[in-house]
Design a binder for this molecule. Structure first.
Ligand code: FAD
Length: 322
């Protein structure tokens, strides 16, 4: 079923969320799509606990608090959020509207498209080891879709952040064994999670190996058999494992936006400063993704751009209407 909407907003970062509000004030319905499973863009992915001091009338708030407040502010406008899916296709139609499709197959007929894609889609940082691409999604995973898939397996979890620790704690009880492997003894994850996993090593099922370099993978006919680890003092050890889960964090990538026929710089989209419209009429770009003389990558600037883009979208949909 194709969803009819006034605007598809590509990206649920702070600017994409505020765009819902500005469109809503003008009576326009928005559908917001984000590749991440949570709204919030960089504020949630990169700095949920960092204080922000430059939002007018809010002397200080964290990244997470800003997103919570924005979500509350857009509640009256009933925007539909489509999370965990990337916008892959945007195609202009003869009637001036746009066909939009996501990586999950959700399809829209949108009167306008507003790109609020920030620095692009966040993609998992990959394991740079020989044979890693061939084992991806069979024995090497960057996300967990179905935890039961890992029951009874010998697992290696790579990383030292929240995702690595949270998944290690979650998957260990049903696994045959689980080894968390980290390049140092300094973890970025919440101290409570590190303490909990250390406590779990007492069961004999869980191990933590620190100070290692990138592991080597050993597979036969597409089946992973073992990994070898080299500690930073040169010691080699072999670990028999069935699956490796890699949580090295996320890196932004412009992704499919590059294929939509837009006037691009390296990783940004050129817009005018009256409407924040791209070279394609009806497609607007706001927030970190756009470029114009004097551009500053600030949330405040993105909010201003969202206001003007909303008026321009209204004019595009209903020309001349007061
Ligand atoms: P983003 O926050 O980057 O969100 C874009 C979203 O679009 C992402 O969730 C991404 O997954 C999604 N996306 C991209 N492409 C697609 C696609 N094809 N399909 C689906 N989804 C897609 N600014 C301030 O004003 N004050 C500060 O104090 C401040 N501190 C900062 C601290 C740090 C450490 C960093 C890194 C930045 C800081 N910034 C600050 C900058 C601010 O975070 C950005 O300006 C802001 O996040 C831009 O918002 P956005 O909505 O344009 O993009």
């Amino acid at each position: 079923m194709t969803i009819q909407t006034d605007a598809v907003i590509v990206g649920a970062g702070p600017c994409g969320l505020f765009q819902v509000f500005e469109l809503g004030l003008l009576g326009l319905q928005a559908d917001v799509v984000d590749s991440m499973s949570m709204a919030g863009g960089q504020c949630i992915e990169l700095y949920p606990d960092k204080p922000i001091y430059d939002i007018p009338a809010v002397p200080v708030c964290t990244g997470e608090e800003l997103i919570e407040q924005l979500m509350k502010q857009i509640e009256p406008f009933d925007a539909r959020l489509h999370l965990g899916q990337e916008v892959t296709d945007v195609k202009p139609q003869d009637d001036g509207s746009f066909f939009v499709r996501t990586s999950k197959g959700t399809e829209f007929n949108a009167k306008t498209v507003i790109i609020a894609g920030g620095v692009g889609c966040f993609q998992p940082r990959v394991l740079r080891a020989e044979g890693a691409p061939e084992l991806a999604d069979s024995h090497l995973f960057y996300r967990v879709k179905d935890p039961s898939r890992f029951a009874g397996k010998r697992l290696a979890v790579l990383g030292g952040g929240d995702s690595a620790l949270d998944w290690a704690i979650e998957l260990a009880p049903a696994s045959e064994s689980l080894t968390l492997i980290h390049r140092s003894d300094q973890f970025r994850a919440a101290p409570a999670s590190v303490a909990k996993l250390r406590e779990m090593t007492g069961t004999g099922k869980v191990r933590i190996i620190e100070h290692t370099t990138v592991p080597e993978l050993h597979a036969t006919d597409g089946t992973l058999e073992a990994i070898t680890l080299k500690t930073t003092d040169g010691e080699l050890s072999r670990l028999e494992v069935d699956d490796v889960l890699v949580f090295y964090g996320l890196a932004p990538k412009l992704g499919p936006i590059a294929n939509w026929g837009l006037d691009l710089n390296r990783k940004t989209v050129n817009v005018d400063t009256e409407k924040f419209q791209t070279n394609v009429p009806g497609i607007f770009a706001i927030g970190d993704i756009n470029e114009y003389p004097g551009k500053k990558k600030l949330i405040l600037s993105g909010f201003h751009e969202a206001a003007l883009a909303a008026f321009a979208a209204k004019e595009y949909i209903e020309p001349g209407k007061k």
